[in-house]
Design a protein around this ligand. Structure first.
Ligand code: NDP
Length: 401
């Protein structure tokens, strides 16, 4: 029986709210807090109608401000905060957790607003303070980062003595019927994919131009898709926590239509993150673009097809070379039918709820700041399957990478 506070009422916040409310024995009191409180009310109505959760409340919060967070946290007294607002709020929420003695979980690492730069240094710097306070912070507990790291931990625990090559492969084989839309927050998404690519090889980072390395890869139940190497945050913690890795890359699929739109957006300056003066007001083009693109949370209704995300791994077991592929496929339609949100929000929200469940039921513990691969993958993967995301694995197959 625990009180939980969810911050962020977007597509992911909707799924986390719904999934936590399905388990009132663990998440006995839930507060959903966000900047636009009407979105919290709308989610609450849907969640309570679907689950009958008896103690679901909402609140308005601007999570950029620590004193505001501290006041709300002290009034509700949650055990843990699930942060599914934007990565910009990670540090203020972690600071507020320290000031109020509350545990923390998120799905995306901090990035500064004025620079598209993803690294864990800012959040890892909180380790000693969380440790001294006897508090737990769980970083990156969505799908990627999140389940991809837990899949790697499973591979290391059950399939390999040493992992040498890790390729994380992320395919969205879905069709939402729009000319252009992003599957999660457009600002965060476009910042992520338009920066230079980077992968780990022989002890150092190798930088690439955006979309420079690409290949056709086959995805289960979807088929062949153009896949591109880009930088993704879990690579940083995985090469630290599994030092036998010689090369680690992250691949994501993009259709040609999507890439053409992206190129135009960049060429006309709409991906800029520096302010421009518009009629006496400062406007950041990428922030403005978010308001004219489709809301990712609204894509669900006619979204067909599946996502397929997994890890393709080569390494050594008992002196022999081995290959291993572990993945999940998620149907956008099934996700929408259950939660009112599309597959990308679902594959992020289910792991966030499952991670919180691991902590609240004592399966994952420790004082300090942790990436998810540092915990036992087995109970997590068991519960994740039970709560809507199953996974499959194959050994000694052609990995294509
Ligand atoms: P949305 O943009 O749909 O939702 C974000 C929510 O956070 C909105 O409700 C927004 O409020 C709220 N918010 C923003 N700023 C503040 C603030 N200062 N104070 C309080 N609330 C705020 O994003 P998604 O739901 O798609 O994504 C949520 C998070 O999940 C992001 O951090 C994203 O990077 C992460 N993610 C992780 C994935 C993974 O696999 N690990 C995959 C996909 C997403 P408002 O309504 O007012 O704008």
């Amino acid at each position: 029986m625990s009180k939980i506070m969810i911050i962020g009422a977007g597509g992911v916040g909707r799924v986390v709210s719904m999934k936590c409310a399905q388990h009132p024995a663990i998440f006995s009191e839930i507060m959903l807090a966000s900047r636009t409180v009407s979105k919290c009310h709308e989610i609450k109505e849907a969640v309570v109608a679907a689950t009958g959760h008896p103690a679901f409340s909402t609140a308005k919060i601007d999570a950029d401000y620590v004193p505001e967070l501290v006041e709300l946290i002290n009034s509700f007294e949650p055990v843990m905060i699930i942060n599914v607002a934007l990565p910009y709020q990670d540090l203020t929420i972690m600071e507020a957790c320290l000031q109020t003695g509350v545990h923390y979980l998120d799905t995306a690492n901090y990035e500064p607003k004025d620079e598209a730069k993803f690294e864990y240094s800012w959040q890892w710097a909180f380790h000693d303070r969380f440790k001294e306070a006897g508090l737990t912070a769980i970083l990156g507990c969505g799908f990627d980062p999140g389940v991809t790291s837990i899949f790697t931990a499973r591979a290391a625990k059950h399939h390999f003595d040493e992992i040498h090559y890790l390729d994380i492969v992320d395919c969205n084989g879905g069709d939402h019927g729009k000319a252009f839309a992003t599957n999660f927050n457009p600002e965060i998404n476009i910042r992520e994919i338009t920066q230079n690519g980077r992968y780990w090889e022989d002890g150092k980072w190798v930088e690439t131009k955006p979309f420079e390395i690409h290949k056709k890869l086959n995805y289960p139940n979807i088929g062949e898709r153009d896949s591109y190497v880009l930088y993704h945050e879990e690579l940083e913690s995985l090469v630290k926590n599994f030092p036998s890795i010689k090369r680690a890359r992250f691949w994501m699929t993009f259709g040609q239509e999507y890439l053409t739109h992206l190129r135009v957006i960049q060429n006309i300056g709409m991906a800029r993150i520096d302010p421009v003066n518009y009629k006496g007001n400062e406007v950041i083009p990428l922030e403005f673009l978010k308001y004219v693109l489709p809301d990712p949370g609204s894509l669900g209704e006619n979204y067909s097809g599946e996502t397929s995300i997994g890890c393709r791994i080569k390494g050594v077991k008992d002196g022999k070379e081995k290959t291993y592929y572990i993945w999940n496929n998620c149907s956008h339609q099934a996700a929408y039918d259950e939660t009112g949100a599309q597959g990308v929000s679902y594959t992020t929200g289910v792991p966030a709820m499952t991670g919180a469940m691991m902590f609240l039921t004592g399966k994952w513990k420790g004082a300090g700041v942790f990436n998810v691969e540092e915990f036992n993958p087995d109970p997590f993967l068991e519960k994740m399957t039970a709560h809507g995301l199953s996974w499959q694995e194959k050994v000694n197959i052609d990995l294509e990478v």
